[in-house]
Design a protein around this ligand. Sequence first.
Ligand code: HEC
Length: 163
Amino acid sequence: MRTIIVVFLFVFSTMSIAAQEKHRHHGKEGKVQLTPEIRQLLRQEMQEIRAGMETLPFAVASADWPLIESTARKIQQGYIMSEKLDPAQKQALHETLPHRFRQLDKKFHYYAGMLAHVAKEHDAELANFFVYKMNESCTACHSVYARDRFSGFEQRNRHETHH
Ligand code: HEC
């Protein structure tokens, strides 16, 4: 897992994200420059997150608390801003990632942690809420930083009249 995290440090240091932020509602701003190997690693990590996410709705629907908790913890701990980073790595990451990206990642982490917490308390309503908030975090980040990968974000949102 540590290897993946170090790779992420490198991955995101190669992104020209500041420029993307400025024009987030127009054009190809989600483009990220990655070597094929690194892109592959990033996608593997994302696929793991996806697999976890896909089990959650039914796990909640069937009140499988241990499964919800372990899945949420796995997502929480496996992701980019993991607490496993040592201080030097954290510092590097802090300087590399744009503020907005870090905020999105932090929120995503927070919701995964909260889901694990409410699963422990057997609270189905709050579990549904935090699954929803986690999914919202995916779209929040992808719509800015993964627009090339998910071309649907390029299409106009018909519910937003002000853009
Ligand atoms: C803080 C940012 C961030 C968050 C949060 C995030 N992702 Fe991603 N994700 C990315 C980026 C950047 C890419 C594009 C990688 C690339 O260039 O292919 C991506 C790509 C992916 C991919 C495509 C991987 C592939 O094989 O091509 C999947 C699947 C994915 N994310 C799932 C998720 C899910 C599900 C969530 C929420 C539970 C999520 N991600 C949350 C940043 C994020």
